[in-house]
Design a protein around this ligand. Structure first.
Ligand SMILES: [Zn+2]
Length: 155
């Protein structure tokens, strides 16, 4: 895999033609399903569940780096990341939740959440594109309802 050209990258960083701006709010897009809309982010369940529980929060507005967010916005975004992580923790009882912000392919701020299990190699870097595993539609629906229900509890 290669980086985009500097010219194409500069456009995407500005949000010109950004697929995440266009597709994040869709109930279903090529990569994921919308689970919930929070104040700062859209919570999406990845169709590829080769790592069980793989969920992504996408900032609702276009920004690339965390330092572009005002402190209040950044704090609220991280709070939402934490709430979703807690929901996944309660569902999967993993050894650890991993929080991944790369953005090397798509420079629109988003945070991947990956529950990690004792069967995993804890020293192995995550390769999100290592393989693909898709679930029956009703399993996505059940999982999304479970995550959403836990997000609505408490606060
Ligand atoms: Zn964008």
């Amino acid at each position: 895999m290669k980086w985009k050209t500097p010219e194409d990258w500069a456009k995407l960083v500005k949000g010109i033609g950004c697929p995440m701006c266009l597709e994040s709010d869709m109930d279903e897009n090529p990569h994921s399903f919308k689970v919930a809309e929070l104040k700062r982010s859209i919570v999406r369940l990845n169709k590829n569940q080769h790592m069980p529980g793989w969920t992504t929060l996408i900032l609702k507005r276009h920004a690339t780096e965390l330092f572009e967010l005002k402190p209040e916005e950044r704090a609220e975004f991280w709070d939402e990341v934490s709430r979703v992580a807690e929901a996944l923790h309660d569902i999967y009882h993993p050894a650890k939740i991993n929080y991944c912000i790369w953005g090397n392919i798509m420079p629109h701020l988003h945070c991947h959440l990956f529950p990690r299990f004792f069967e995993d190699d804890p020293g192995q870097p995550i390769n999100q594109n290592e393989k693909e595993a898709f679930l029956p539609l009703d399993e996505y629906r059940t999982l999304m309802a479970d995550i959403k229900g836990r997000l609505n509890m408490g606060r």
